[in-house]
Write a protein that binds this ligand. Structure first.
Ligand SMILES: *Cc1c(COP(=O)(O)O)cnc(C)c1O
Length: 389
């Protein structure tokens, strides 16, 4: 037996057809016709447990190829695709939770999920409760009705980490499902299923697509939790088109070298930012001194292009917004993970319920893209001058 292939190699081969072409043709499809009533009936029965083609919404060769690549990427048993990352998250919540259930939700969650919880989980009689991003209060918050622990690691905006193997052990001891948003890790940098999670959710819109030209979400999960997720996904009409699946699969082929370059550029920019008088801290778990650095060293396989800059006391959010307006190479917009650099102001008072961010400096979230980092540093340097105006 030869040595197992490294992830970067696996990603080039996963989901390939076996007919000579190295890329899977795009199968645009709704109707699939059967030769006989018997074949139609057999397929309808078998598709509940096996992956077969039977109807466009149930998947095509194009979506199956992407699912195979995602299963290889995350090390899971099954994968399901969604039109957005947000759709993947809410389907995970609704697939397993029913009225009367209780879900523990990380305080570091991607912000739009908060509104889904307050407007829709509560309307459905599903109780949700935030826990600290490091998970230290989880054991005390578990109730007999708790069915799920929902994590995001590293967390949105400031990248808090938790001891995921310990949280998985706690969850399973209490018969809870552990779902983890792995958008930051993109399957290569962090591997929640190997650390004990049952489901890993990725906004493929970000690094997997990688080119800011497609929206998609994905869940990769272990076999035991698959049937409920599959049924909910079908019942909620969640599916993706073949062209979008093709774009994401194409993006995945270059995921490893892109992430390495994002990392190198981000670390260069971080080192420069740390020397600036206006900067109180650069938040990124890969930086020594970051509160999450020890867990990052233990559980992650690199970092990406995300950095958040906390400015020194006395620099107002309005001043940092003047800086954002002055930046030329950093676009002001959502959905990091594409090739170019982005910036957004982070309102931590709104983004956290339990963690007290009052008294901390104003924060800008940067996504360091694939530009030459010297150009980015020069742009940030001229941007910093606008803090004083
Ligand atoms: C962007 C993002 C999502 C949502 O992805 P969309 O495809 O934009 O819906 C979910 N989780 C995290 C952590 C994200 O950054």
């Amino acid at each position: 037996m030869s040595k197992p292939l490294k992830p970067a190699t696996t990603l080039l081969r996963a989901g390939r057809p076996h007919n000579g072409w190295i890329n899977t043709p795009v199968t645009r499809a709704s109707t699939y016709v059967f030769d006989t009533v018997q074949a139609w009936r057999d397929t309808r029965e078998q598709r509940e447990t096996q992956r077969l083609v039977s109807y466009g919404a149930r998947g095509t060769e194009s979506t199956h190829a992407l699912e195979d690549a995602l299963i290889a990427l995350e090390g899971g048993d099954r994968a399901q695709l969604y039109p957005t990352g947000q759709a993947a998250i809410v389907t995970v919540l609704l697939a397993y939770l029913k009225p009367g259930d209780h879900v523990l939700m990380t305080d570091a969650v991607y912000e739009p999920v908060r509104r889904f919880c307050s407007e829709h989980l509560s309307r459905l009689g599903i109780e949700y409760e935030y826990y600290l991003p490091d998970g230290s209060d989880l054991a005390a918050r578990i109730r007999p009705q708790t069915r799920m622990i929902y994590a995001e690691c590293p967390g949105s905006l400031v990248y808090e980490m938790m001891d995921l193997p310990a949280v998985a052990e706690l969850a399973h001891r209490h018969d809870c499902i552990l779902a983890v948003d792995n958008t930051w890790g993109a399957g290569l940098l962090y591997r929640p299923l190997e650390l004990g999670a049952d489901l890993s959710v990725i906004a493929a819109t970000k690094y997997l697509g990688g080119h800011a030209d497609v929206m998609m979400g994905a869940v990769v999960c272990k076999a035991g939790v698959w049937p409920a997720l599959q049924r909910a996904s079908i019942d909620f009409g969640q599916t993706v088109g073949a062209d979008d699946a093709y774009l994401v699969l194409r993006g995945i082929r270059s995921l490893a070298p892109r992430l390495r370059q994002h990392q190198d550029n981000a670390l260069r920019v971080a080192a420069w930012l740390q020397q600036q008088a206006e900067v109180a801290a650069v938040l990124c778990p890969a930086l020594p001194g970051d509160p999450n650095h020890a867990l990052w060293l233990r559980d992650c396989h690199g970092t990406n292009g995300l950095l958040s800059v906390e400015f020194a006391a006395g620099i107002s959010p309005a001043a940092t917004e003047r800086m954002v307006d002055a930046l030329a190479l950093f676009g002001l917009g959502a959905s990091w993970g594409g090739f170019e650099s982005l910036v957004v102001p982070a309102n931590m008072l709104r983004a956290r319920t339990l963690t007290d961010w009052s008294g901390r400096g104003a924060i800008l979230r940067l996504h360091i893209g694939l530009e030459d980092p010297e150009d980015l540093i020069a742009d940030l340097a001229q941007g910093l001058q606008h803090l004083q105006d």
